[in-house]
Every structure is written in structure tokens, then in C-alpha cells.
Design a protein around this ligand. Structure first.
Ligand code: NAP
Ligand code: G4F
Length: 347
């Protein structure tokens, strides 16, 4: 039997890598896409196969985590074996500007999806994209038993989503698992997260297209891993007989300043000549340090990272340098791209 997965947030960084992984494992993959006035599927365009083809295994459907009825309709139509809830307003700084929307999509969206699964009576496995941002002000190292102390509307919404996932597991016996993932990055990372903002700036400065980049707090410490390894961890978690909660992290601390300096060094530039400060990128409350302990995931699901932060910086700078030659599509080889007619969004 071919397994069927439903992925919210399929157009995001993680959703695109997860869709690739599941397709490679033989799954039929259904992704939920928000309706937008412009195309928003660039991260998954390369997976496109005309749905009329017999071998098509990747399908997109309009839907939104703010629309519970639509989620229930999709679930009752598709009957997935596994549901991965990766959709979220995922930007911490933006969550201070749009706290209500963040609570709605990131927090309430989770219970809408869980409740839709329950109402439809679906017997599926559920993955919740929980976040190290939930640990917030609690000092590192952080693991599954570390108390949460969120420092942003985003972090608070993720704490709510974490607890309703656990509650549906305990109350209704659902196979519902939280992956508490520390920061993970890639050439597909959104351009306004600090890692990608920096690697993209390095490529543009080196090419003579920009003179400088504005950043906020350089003292924050993060635990940056490589996103393709993390989606493998998500899948492994759902293959366990029993649902549980797991941290995924490298355990290696790296400050924003170190990331910046390594990225500029990689192309032979002195970062201090190009980086300027803008307070607009500060947060009203900052998370100073996130450094994870993924020992439980290593022991229980056999997951471990291999890519170090230094290697990750180089992967991302090289991809952004190459992207300038290929019009902003660093993750796709320079082959002709299939077109993605919006009509193929099943509706
Ligand atoms: P991302 O690139 O920002 O992708 C977020 C996805 O959610 C996009 O596909 C976005 O659609 C979709 N989305 C936003 N609002 C939605 C809504 N109302 N209804 C349905 N979908 C919606 O995030 P990511 O880095 O891939 O992260 C995936 C998940 O893991 C997120 O839940 C994030 O909070 C969480 N997480 C990420 C990290 C990390 O370091 N990357 C760490 C811990 C947890 P559009 O493309 O249309 O915007
Ligand atoms: O790249 P960031 O925006 O990521 P942040 O806030 O750690 O959140 C990411 O990781 C979470 C996991 O812990 C996810 F749940 C969340 O969805 C997201 O993927 O910022 C990292 C650090 C912060 O301390 C920030 O203050 O970089 C600092 N920073 C300094 N200058 C900046 C900038 N961040 C951004 N985005 N832009 C700057 O110019």
C-alpha cells in the first residue's frame, strides 16, 4: 500500500524538503497551499508532475490553517496516513507586528487541524512543528524537560500548539508527536531570517550589487542545523510505534556575529566594512541563547546531525553566489524548469 501524507506549509523551506523526502520514500504527497495573488510555489515547482499522469504522486490543494472547515474537507477527502503540520506565521520579529494573526495561524491553526482529524474520525499519525523558540528565556542547554518561557507572540503560540498536541494525544489517544526543532537553515531559507539575509548579502556585495547590509542584535546565540537533516528527523519520529516529543538540534552554539564573520570570510571580505546596525531589527524581547540537546532523538529514533555550522555557512553562501547566476533559484540545478500552471492546484 502506498502511504499518503498531508503537509501544511508545503511551500515553505521545511515543507519542500519534506515533500521531496516523502516522494523519494514512495509516498503520495498532498500539500496545502494558501491562495495568493502571485505564484507562491517556487520551492516545490521542481516536484511538479502533471496530475493527469498516471505516475503523479504530488498534489497541491488550496487551504489555510485559519479555515477549519476546509481542513476537515481535505482530511475527509484524502484520508492521509500521516499529517505534518508545518504551516505557520514563522517569523519571530513579524509576530510582534502581527500578534493576533500569528496566534490565529500558528496557535489556533494547530487545534483546528487536530480537531478536524478528530471530527473526521481519522486514524492517522500527526507531526507538530514545535520550536526551540518556546524555551525563550530559559538558559541552555535545552532539552525535552526544559521549562518553556516564550519571549514572543510566536513563541507563545507555539507553546499553545505544543500543549494541544500533547492534550489530543492524552485525551483521545491520537498518535500526535511534537518535534521541538532548533533553528535549521538551507539555501531555501526565507530571505528575512538572519542566516539567509547574511549569505544573500555576502553574495550581492561580492558581486558589486550592494555596499552593505543592516542587521540588529549580533550577540544572540543560536544552534543552526541543516534543514534536510531535520525533515528526516520529522519522518523518523512518525515511524515510532508510540507518539512522543523530541528535540532536534546540533548542540553547537554560534553567535550571529560568528555567522556573519564566517560568511564574509568565505568570500575573502572583512565583515566589519559592510555590516551596519539598524534598531528596526531588534525585538522588544530577545531570546539570547538557544543550544539544544538532541540526545533523546539520537537514542530513540537514531537521528543525528552531520553538517556543522561552518559547513552550513559555506553551503548557503555558495548557493547564493550561484543563485545570482540563475535568477534566485539556488536549489534547482540549472536545467529547464517545468511550468506550474495554477490550474493544477486541485480545488
Ligand atoms: P517557512 O519557510 O516560513 O514556511 C511556513 C509555511 O507555512 C509556508 O508554506 C507558508 O505559506 C505556510 N503558512 C503560513 N501561514 C499559513 C496559514 N495561515 N495557513 C496555511 N499555511 C500557512 O517556515 P519553515 O522554516 O519551513 O518552518 C516550518 C515549520 O517549522 C513552521 O511551523 C515553523 O514555525 C517551524 N519551525 C521552524 C524552524 C526553523 O528553524 N526553520 C525551527 C523550529 C520550528 P506561504 O509560502 O504561502 O507563506
Ligand atoms: O533568523 P531569525 O529571525 O530566527 P529566530 O528568531 O531564531 O527564529 C527562527 O528559529 C526558531 C527556532 O528557534 C523558529 F521557530 C522560527 O520559526 C524561526 O525559524 O533570528 C535569529 C537571531 C535573533 O536573535 C535576531 O534578533 O538573529 C538576530 N538578528 C540580528 N539581526 C536578526 C537580524 N534576525 C533577523 N531576522 N534579521 C536581522 O536583521
Amino acid at each position: 500500500m502506498v502511504k499518503r501524507a498531508l503537509v501544511t506549509g508545503v511551500t515553505g523551506q521545511d515543507g519542500s524538503y519534506l515533500a521531496e523526502l516523502l516522494l523519494a520514500k514512495g509516498y503520495e504527497v498532498h500539500g496545502v497551499v494558501r491562495r495568493a495573488s502571485t505564484f507562491n510555489t517556487s520551492r516545490v515547482d521542481h516536484l511538479y508532475v502533471d496530475p493527469h499522469e498516471e505516475d503523479a504522486r504530488f498534489f497541491l490543494h488550496y487551504g489555510d490553517l485559519t479555515d477549519g472547515t476546509r481542513l476537515a474537507t481535505l482530511l475527509s477527502k484524502l484520508h492521509p496516513d500521516e499529517v505534518y503540520n508545518l504551516g505557520a506565521q514563522s517569523h519571530v520579529r513579524v509576530s510582534f507586528d502581527e500578534p493576533e494573526h500569528t496566534g490565529d495561524a500558528t496557535g489556533m491553526g494547530t487545534i483546528r487541524l487536530l480537531e478536524a482529524i478528530r471530527q473526521v474520525g481519522l486514524d492517522c499519525r500527526y507531526y507538530q512543528a514545535s520550536s526551540s523558540e518556546m524555551f525563550g528565556a530559559t538558559p541552555p542547554p535545552q532539552d525535552e524537560s526544559t521549562p518553556f518561557y516564550p519571549r514572543s507572540p510566536y513563541g507563545a503560540a507555539k507553546v499553545y500548539a505544543y500543549w494541544v498536541t500533547r492534550n489530543y494525544r492524552e485525551a483521545y489517544g491520537m498518535h500526535a508527536t511534537n518535534g521541538i526543532l532548533f533553528n535549521h537553515e538551507s539555501p531555501r531559507r526565507g530571505e528575512t531570517f538572519v542566516t539567509r539575509k547574511v549569505t544573500r548579502a555576502v553574495a550581492r556585495i561580492q558581486a558589486g550589487l550592494d555596499d552593505h547590509v543592516y542587521l540588529g542584535n549580533l550577540d544572540a546565540v543560536r544552534d543552526w542545523g541543516y534543514a534536510p537533516e531535520y525533515v528526516e528527523g520529522m519522518w523518523r519520529m512518525l515511524q515510532q510505534d508510540e507518539p512522543d516529543d523530541y528535540v532536534l538540534a546540533t548542540g553547537v552554539p554560534c553567535s550571529v556575529r560568528d555567522w556573519v564573520s564566517t560568511a564574509f570570510d568565505h568570500v575573502g571580505l572583512d565583515w566589519e566594512k559592510y555590516v551596519r546596525f539598524d534598531e528596526r531589527y531588534l525585538r522588544p524581547t530577545e531570546v539570547d541563547a538557544l543550544i539544544g540537546d538532541a540526545g533523546k532523538a539520537e537514542r530513540a529514533v537514531g537521528w543525528k546531525t552531520e553538517v556543522t555550522p561552518d559547513q552550513l555557512v559555506r553551503i548557503m553562501v555558495d548557493a547564493d553566489v550561484k543563485a545570482l547566476e540563475h535568477e534566485g533559484r539556488p536549489w534547482i540545478d540549472a536545467v529547464s524548469l517545468p511550468s506550474w500552471p495554477s490550474a493544477h492546484l486541485a480545488s
